[in-house]
Design a protein. Structure first.
Length: 213
């Protein structure tokens, strides 16, 4: 099963990295995939990621990637008995759409992937705040997504803004009161095919990575 671990932290002499990531993608070997490479988005943002080549070209996305603005996103599928519905959108688009945007075209990008005009609400956010698209694109994107969760099969999505030291988690299988959760910095986080920091193997992996770091 897929499993990922990450840590967003203020660099120190002992640990000089802002963002640390370790992960494994468990997928069928014969699934067509483009290896990790650099490509330009429709907003002329450079992205480094692999690509899933199985869906039609317009729906091809990824499970992990980073763009030149220092934004990272990755996802895992949710483990459930009937986990595929033919009319659902490709979950790889969740990562691709987040990474494709630049600062000047953020809201335009969201409007292009929405079926109606973008409306910003705060009912699903971690706190009732004013969303400034220029200051925190992650929240703009995730707020839009929180109103369209049923368009996708089960997923977990993490977005990381390394320059702003902000990361968020959203899942369409989360039964908690808020769809969007801010992830605490300076701690190792883990995610597999269930909710964040769930399952014994995730906790074991976090402990082992902590020993390494």
């Amino acid at each position: 099963m897929c499993i990922v671990f990450w840590k967003l932290q203020t660099p120190t002499p002992a640990s000089p990295y802002k963002f640390i990531f370790a992960g494994n993608r468990d997928e069928f070997f014969n699934r067509p995939t483009q290896l990790i490479s650099e490509w330009n988005s429709s907003q002329e943002v450079k992205i480094v990621s692999p690509l899933d080549l199985m869906p039609p070209e317009a729906e091809r996305g990824s499970w992990i990637g980073i763009n030149e603005l220092g934004r990272v996103s990755f996802l895992t599928n949710f483990s459930e008995k009937n986990f595929l519905h033919s009319k659902s959108k490709s979950r790889g688009l969740l990562v691709r759409d987040f990474l494709e945007s630049n600062y000047s075209g953020q809201v335009d990008t969201l409007q292009s992937i929405a079926t109606e005009n973008l409306t910003i609400t705060t009912e699903n956010l971690i706190d009732p705040i004013n969303i400034n698209p220029q200051s925190d694109y992650s929240l703009v994107y995730l707020n839009y997504l929180s109103n369209n969760l049923d368009h996708y099969n089960g997923f977990n999505l993490v977005t990381v803004d390394i320059p702003k030291m902000k990361s968020y988690y959203i899942s369409n299988r989360n039964t908690g009161p808020k769809a969007i959760n801010e992830v605490e910095n300076h701690q190792i986080q883990g995610l597999s095919n269930s909710l964040i920091n769930c399952w014994p193997k995730v906790e074991r992996g976090k402990s082992q990575l902590d020993e390494i770091l």
